[in-house]
Design a protein around this ligand. Structure first.
Ligand code: ASP
Length: 317
């Protein structure tokens, strides 16, 4: 994978995904050490180029790069450049001249990471582009499910909420389908993309049916910044019908886990109680985000060594 871009889960095959998850397991182990640092990317430069706000993803990439001993530079373009695609490419060219080893890009417009990748020599990692994809989120979600359930294949994963505007939903649909899970979607009809069944998923407007026998339930944030119209009569009604609480969870399996990519609108997609307590695994997702992004930086921007070699799992430095 060295030198490749990571623009979406759609471009990965099952083996790629499994390799990333296996490598992330090694990185989890590094995160449990007293000294959480290895020299793997010493002398390498990772640029975080975030055109859209982010808390956990940016911090997660920054910590991931630092744990691998890379030099991490956070580049936050001014809000005015958001609308000028020319200046975005100029920014990319300027960065390219500084010879980075990886550039992590987030943008509110779908497809911008790909355009940047076209002009950049270094691998581009998509950290979320509009409503298109958020590949590292889906990979950290798959890692969390694999840890909690011991497998992904054969599980039933129900994704609830604003599927239409959610890059997390799209990437997770690709990831969980490629790993052999059954994926169900539950949302009010206007929030279900037309023709989504061709991705191998089933869409439900009844939450109860979608939850029946589910092993994993993922609630999505209402994407206020991308709604641009009335998709639900009111947030209160949405919450009453599709907001997850313990009573609704009774329809799922007894050992169901609850996930959310964050940030949570408490009391809207998830009850306060569920946001903070088991079976919610939200903080495990955040923790795994660092390990997963270490794996991605290592595999896409690192040197050609095999996972599990001394350079990854071995000497702290
Ligand atoms: N943090 C995730 C994203 O950037 C989920 C969200 O914002 O709802 O897409």
């Amino acid at each position: 994978m060295i030198g490749r871009d990571l623009l979406g889960i759609e471009d990965l095959d099952r083996e790629d995904i499994v390799r990333i998850l296996d490598t992330a397991e090694h990185m989890v182990e590094i995160g449990e050490r007293e000294v959480k640092k290895v020299p793997t990317l010493r002398g390498r430069t990772v640029v975080n180029l975030f055109f859209e706000a982010s808390t956990r993803t940016r911090a997660s990439f920054e910590i991931a790069g630092k744990r691998l001993s890379a030099d991490v530079i956070n580049f936050t373009p001014s809000a005015s450049s958001l609308k000028k695609s020319e200046s975005i490419l100029d920014t990319a060219r300027t960065l390219d001249a500084m010879d980075p080893d990886a550039v992590v890009v987030r943008h509110s417009v779908a497809g911008v990471p790909r355009r940047i990748a076209d002009v950049l020599g270094a691998p581009v990692i998509n950290a979320g582009d509009g409503a298109h994809e958020h590949p590292t989120q889906a990979l950290l979600d798959a890692l969390t499910v694999r840890q909690q359930k011991g497998r992904v294949e054969g599980l039933t994963v129900t994704i609830i909420g604003d599927i239409l505007h959610s890059r997390v939903a799209r990437s997770n649909i690709y990831a969980f389908r490629k790993l052999g899970a059954e994926v169900r979607l539950a949302a009010p009809p206007p929030m279900i993309p037309a023709g989504v069944e061709c991705l191998g998923v089933k869409a439900y407007t009844s939450l109860r049916e979608a939850l029946d026998g589910a092993d994993v339930v993922m609630a999505l944030r209402i994407q206020n910044e991308r709604l641009g119209g009335a998709y639900v009569p009111s947030i209160r009604e949405y919450s009453a019908t599709f907001g997850l609480d313990r009573a609704k969870l009774d329809f799922a399996k007894d050992d169901v886990i609850v996930m959310h990519p964050g940030p949570v609108n408490r009391g809207v997609e998830l009850s306060h109680d569920l946001a903070d307590h088991r079976p919610s695994v939200i903080l495990d997702q955040v923790r795994n985000g660092v390990a997963l992004r270490m794996a991605v930086l290592y595999l896409f921007a690192g040197r050609a060594t095999t996972p599990g070699s001394r350079e990854v799992a071995g000497g702290a430095g």
